[in-house]
Design a protein around this ligand. Sequence first.
Ligand SMILES: NC(=O)CCC(=O)C(=O)O
Length: 258
Amino acid sequence: MKVTCLQIDIQFGNPNENKKHVQEEITKAMANSPDVIVLPELWTTAYDLPRLDEIADQQGSDSQQFLSQLAKEHQVNIVGGSIAKKTADGVTNTMYVFNRNGELVGEYSKAHLFQLMDEHLFLQSGNTKGHFTIDGAPCAGLICYDIRFPEWVRAHTTEGAEIVFVVAQWPLARLDHWRTLLRSRAIENQCYIVACNRSGHDPNNEFAGHSLMIDPWGEVLAEADKEPTQLSATIDLSKVQQVRKQIPIFADRRTDLY
Ligand SMILES: NC(=O)CCC(=O)C(=O)O
């Protein structure tokens, strides 16, 4: 399975421009025939949270239609980063996943809100897990701050996830945490991690880029630098079983103790 992360810059509070840019980037990415394309967190609005009333996507329908159409047109699976979805209950930071036929196969709303970037003041947290299947592969979707909660990642891998997609707007100030946490989550869960971060800056943060693809042994398959780029790697799912057989941590867990 060939995966491409679109590590893009995002215009602050400008969904129309960001959609145009993503459409161009997806067209460009298709020159390499990926099986899966991944976008970063909040790629339509960025963190323009005070303006969400105006710019969040009502029921997420515009973003769903936009991503579905691109997935179908290019016959590619899309892990659609996340967007600000507005409902009667408030706004959530929500990921949509589409298969090659443009069908919605996954939806996940960020469970852990990141107070340092004011998410708790403007967003509602999600309450369900982010499982989905891509071309038969069991996957999970997580959003940025979620990676600081090992129990949350484990809850997905004990239920079968072999590829964990992480979409993010992770600041450069904590790049070392980003790399360390992602590698740790891959090693301790013996799963692939595909992590797509954004580049550029907003009024409050410079973002790290450094999208990463890590295998179940913790080896870095591909890593971007800070600038906008497209990062690709190939995933071989038999490696998950191989590593889990070599060191059987799932079987060795002491669930009677913890
Ligand atoms: N957008 C986010 O959730 C950022 C999380 C983050 O920066 C962290 O340090 O955690």
